[in-house]
Design a protein around this ligand. Structure first.
Ligand code: F6R
Length: 608
């Protein structure tokens, strides 16, 4: 979604802003712009389409001379992705420029009010009301104008603003949309995402809702919503620049698939000591656990599908009922959640608007909350009672891969941990399960090595217009994620179907040549899935079987096979998804798709 950068310091601002915007490209956008304070006025350029259009228009920023400015990548919500609707927006008197992420819910009455006062609007955006409110409330004090402006706004925002009268100042304000201040030496930065900052500084301040900040080259001051200065903690970012670079791979997605063994090791190993799962950050007491009646899992997209795997594993090991719900549904359906509920929220970015809202809803109803999150200091990580971080490193490709597998691994660890604390498994069983989880990183590597023919398989099927994924139990959970992965990056329609459900409807769509991918790693259900394979074969489908290594029987049923290393079936989803990620990747590559930045998608969905 939209990205924000800001800079004030001794250097020309625009090249730094453009570099920062390029780091945020992965979030998804459709126009971009920068505005810089110079010669007592505001110099602005913006452009629909890619950042390279903006770079071309501005000679990579060289046409700007000022040393303080703001930049933005926009993902259209109010109005089409045009030059006019791109940010920054400038006030009628040309004194202020503003960039904004989020949605101003009361922008229509504000716009009418400003129009009645004679303000003219040049775009269809909600953002333009912010910049004209600044003009309305300005009496020579930039900070007071920002305070008065934000007191009028309803909805969500992360704002960056500059004023021609104060050439080295950048103001920032946050409400329900992430914003981070980067602290340099003699220069300071602003961004919606740490990836835009790590090349310049590792010292950051995470703004909280209702706060604003004033940046000059030498100082950063954070204020509460009444304008009083407040002390904020300075955090250190652990990601480095290389971790957010392609490292020789053609796409970030391929790099992130291949680095999964390392990401899983970083997530699993520190949580295992002497054959036991140790979750130092888990704060529920034995008393709390005794009263635990239900586990709830909520998330969006792939994170929700990780939660679907978690449901099977948690129920199997803890025998506590687990309910799963999509975050955007949970928040509007009066869910049965109380102090006896453990609410698990899963989010790679930690900034997904619906997941944040569901987490707040659960807290309000008294649930204990646990977040599984990849981004340190993100909103979800800070809101939940307990955070278990997935140490996957920065995930740049829009389609998640290592984010998903590390989430599943945390759920596996949590299931074993809770099962032991609830007395459902003994020490020997815990040690056995832990041994199995410790093998996951090498199993993922084997899942990659076992299937060198995946690119050829993808080439054989890339022009199928519809594909189906079928499986049972945990294999069905893997189907859900496999199908999402394929459709989002290759734009091929696909459906995941519990294999037993086929004959209740979806089988009507099976016709000669249709590709069905049958995931059959749960061997106790192998025969059942094989009978579903027979049903689709009888109707002319081509079948690609996914089975455990050494299972020759799959080739008696399917046309082609993909193998997954043999492991405890409870933990097979983490390695079974890997060839499916690669299959989706190679199909998308064959179809010439923009793999890292699929159309219409954004990495971090910060609006409802
Ligand atoms: C799919 C994908 C999305 C995200 C979803 C939630 O590949 O990446 O479906 O999983 O938007 O995002 P997070 O995990 O950041 O809350």
């Amino acid at each position: 979604m939209c990205g924000i950068v800001g800079y004030t310091g001794p250097h020309q601002a625009a090249p730094i802003l453009l570099e920062g915007l390029k780091k945020l490209e992965y979030r998804g956008y459709d126009s971009a712009g920068v505005a810089v304070n110079e010669s007592g006025g505001i110099h602005m350029e913006k452009s629909a389409g890619m950042i390279r259009n903006l770079c071309k228009k501005t000679a990579d920023g060289a046409v700007f001379h000022g040393c303080a400015g703001i930049g933005h990548t926009r993902w259209a919500t109010h109005g089409a992705p045009t030059d006019e609707n791109a940010h920054p927006h400038v006030s009628n008197d040309g004194r202020f420029a503003v960039i904004h992420n989020g949605i101003i819910e009361n922008y229509l009455p504000l716009r009418e009010e400003l129009q009645a006062r004679g303000f003219v609007f040049k775009s269809e955006t909600d953002t333009e009301v912010i910049v004209n409110l600044l003009e309305l409330y300005y009496d020579g004090d930039f900070k007071q104008a920002v305070l008065k402006t934000i007191s009028r706004l309803e909805g969500s925002y992360a704002i960056g603003a500059i004023c021609a009268d104060q050439p080295d100042r950048v103001f920032a304000a946050r409400q329900f949309s992430p914003l981070i201040l980067g602290l340099g030496i003699g220069e300071n930065f602003l961004a919606s995402d740490v990836t835009a900052l790590v090349a310049y500084t590792k010292n950051v301040i995470y703004l909280d809702d209702g706060e604003l900040a004033e940046l000059s080259p030498e100082h950063v001051t954070v204020y509460d919503c009444t304008g009083h200065p407040i002390q904020k903690k300075i955090s250190r970012v652990t990601w480095d620049v290389e971790a957010a670079a392609k490292g020789g791979f053609e796409h970030f997605m391929l790099k992130e698939i291949i680095e999964q063994p390392r990401a899983l090791k970083a997530t699993i190993d520190p949580r295992i000591k002497n054959g036991r799962v140790v979750l130092d950050d888990f704060h529920l007491t034995d008393e709390d656990l005794k009263g635990l009646q239900k586990i709830y899992i909520t998330a969006c997209g792939s994170a929700f599908y990780a939660g679907q795997v978690g449901k099977y594993v948690l129920e199997q090991l803890t025998r506590v009922p687990v309910e799963t719900d999509i975050a955007s549904e949970l928040r509007y359906r009066n869910p049965i959640i109380d102090e006896h509920t453990l609410m698990i929220v899963i989010s790679q970015s930690g900034e997904t608007a619906d997941t944040i809202a569901a987490l707040k809803e659960a807290k309000q109803r008294g649930a204990r909350t646990l977040a599984i999150c990849n981004v340190v200091g993100s909103t979800i990580a800070r809101l939940a009672d307990t955070v278990l971080y997935t140490w996957a490193g920065p995930e740049i490709a829009v389609a998640t891969t290592k984010g998903y597998t590390t989430q599943v691994a945390i759920l596996d660890l949590l299931a074993v941990y809770l099962a032991r604390r609830l007395g459902r498994i003994d020490e020997a069983e815990e040690a056995r399960l832990v041994g199995e989880i410790q093998k996951i990183p090498q199993q993922i590597q084997r899942a990659i090595d076992l299937n060198p023919g995946l690119e050829d398989i993808a080439r054989a099927y890339h022009d199928n217009s519809d594909m189906f994924f079928i499986g049972r139990n945990l294999d069905y959970a893997v189907c859900l994620e496999s199908s999402l992965k394929l459709k989002e990056i290759s734009y091929i329609h696909s459906e995941a179907c519990a294999a037993g459900e086929l004959k209740h409807g979806p089988i009507a769509l099976i016709e000669p040549g249709r590709l069905v991918i049958a995931i059959a790693c749960q061997e106790r259900l192998f025969e059942k899935t094989c009978s579903n394979i027979k049903e689709v074969k009888a109707r002319g489908a081509e079948v690609l079987g996914v089975a455990m290594e050494g299972n020759a029987a799959i080739l008696a049923e399917a046309d082609k096979a993909i193998y997954v290393p043999r492991c405890d079936p409870l933990f097979s989803p983490v390695s079974a998804i890997v060839p499916m990620q690669l299959f989706a990747y190679y199909v998308a590559k064959e179809n010439g798709c923009d793999i890292d930045k699929p159309k219409n998608l954004a990495k971090s969905v910060t609006v409802e």
